[in-house]
Design a protein around this ligand. Structure first.
Ligand SMILES: *Cc1c(COP(=O)(O)O)cnc(C)c1O
Length: 378
């Protein structure tokens, strides 16, 4: 690496911010010897995080992918059932459905918000549809009004994926509080992190109880006699200690993300050929989980080239999601044959995001902005 590249230290695409109570709470775990999932921070984290999202129950799990899998299982979704979800999302959503033996059914994204389109959801409902899985992409909420109307009208479950919309709301109601169940991730690039971790939220006491059982191998009474199969998806007290400290700062973190997003927009909005994230929609102001940039036709190179050039300047970046209908693993399974979702396909090829973690300093962001301006105006 030396010599060939920039003289500047590398700016990673994400750095978390861990300078609140994280260290103090972790020390408490170690000083008391409570490090397993039986420690007190687990329940405190679940209560705080659920309350911050308008939900009565929080069930922490090992990661966001597990949270989705558990939500699908808790609703009893299985073979013969269909679940409608966006083509443009992470594999975790679709694989939670296929692992349950059910069939994922895709819809395209809105070209401005990149979120799933409710009108296309309506078109995909069949007698086999069991649930809708809206995924709040990159920090803007899916319009939940029309989604909940469709769910009510057709008697469908709703599983919200709120991993990228922590602390976000839709018309004033917290994301994660609309569905029967919602799933969150606390991976290190999420704006509340436990390193690895996740949570299922619900307002339904029965579903909450079912999730707690599924998380813990469905131990019942007598202890080693099982009536169904679950998983070990428990998190440790150490993870929950970090999660609680992070959740305490959620409002501050959201304000920081918004300031960072505004700074990018103010500095890039005059550059022709770049489509930037919407500052706000009818439903909410963006929280910019990541700051996605889409290259329009007048930019003579694609997202891969843009990221390679940023790397030369010692700046990390990531591509957008690759759409579900173009995943080799799903093609192999015979899914989505001949289907096309043009917006998702374009986003995958022309979209990338620069650093936007909470640990990004203002001067680091200024260097990223200067590099982006050079990249697209030279
Ligand atoms: C990060 C993410 C997940 C997966 O979470 P993990 O904790 O990495 O398993 C699921 N859905 C969305 C929308 C995500 O962004």
């Amino acid at each position: 690496m030396k010599g060939a590249m920039s003289d500047h230290p590398f700016i990673p695409v994400n750095e978390p911010l861990l300078d609140g109570n994280e260290r103090r709470y972790l020390n408490e775990c170690i000083d008391t010897g409570w490090i397993s999932s039986d420690g007190a921070f687990v329940a405190r984290f679940e209560e705080e995080f659920a309350a911050a999202h308008g939900c009565a129950h929080g069930i922490s799990v090992s990661n966001g992918s597990d949270a989705l899998e558990m939500a699908v299982a808790a609703l009893g979704i299985g073979p013969g059932d269909e679940v409608i979800l966006p083509a443009f999302t992470i594999i975790s959503c679709a694989q939670a459905v296929t692992r349950a033996g059910a069939t994922p059914v895709l819809v395209d994204s809105d070209p401005a918000t990149w979120n799933m389109r409710p009108d296309q959801v309506a078109d995909k409902i069949t007698p086999r549809t069991k649930a809708i899985m809206p995924v709040h992409i990159f920090g803007l909420p899916v319009p939940m009004g029309p989604i909940m109307e469709l769910a009510d009208k057709h008697g469908l479950h709703v599983i919200e994926d709120g991993a990228e919309a922590i602390g976000q709301s839709c018309n004033g109601k917290p994301c994660g509080s609309f569905g029967d169940l919602s799933a969150f991730s606390f991976y290190a690039n999420k704006h509340v992190t436990t390193g690895e971790g996740g949570m299922v939220l619900t307002n339904d006491a029965k579903l909450a109880e079912s999730c707690r059982s599924l998380r813990n191998l469905c131990f019942e009474n007598p202890r080693f006699v099982h009536r169904r199969l679950g998983w070990n998806m428990r998190i440790s007290n150490l993870q929950a200690a970090v999660g609680l400290a992070q959740t305490e700062r959620l409002e501050e973190f959201i304000a920081m993300k918004r300031a960072m997003g505004r700074r990018y927009t103010d500095s890039l909005k005059e550059i022709p050929g770049l489509t930037l994230p919407l500052t706000s929609t009818e439903e909410a102001e963006n929280v910019y989980w990541v700051y996605g940039i889409v290259l329009e036709e007048e930019i003579p190179f694609d997202a891969g080239e843009a990221m390679a050039r940023l790397k030369q300047a010692a700046i990390g970046a990531r591509p957008f999601f690759w759409p579900m209908h173009e995943q080799p693993v799903f093609k192999e399974m015979g899914l989505f044959a001949g289907e096309s979702y043009p917006v998702a396909e374009k986003l995958a090829r022309r979209g990338f995001y620069p650093p936007s973690g909470l640990g990004l300093t203002k001067s680091q962001q200024e260097r990223v902005i200067a590099e982006l301006q050079r990249l697209f105006t030279d």
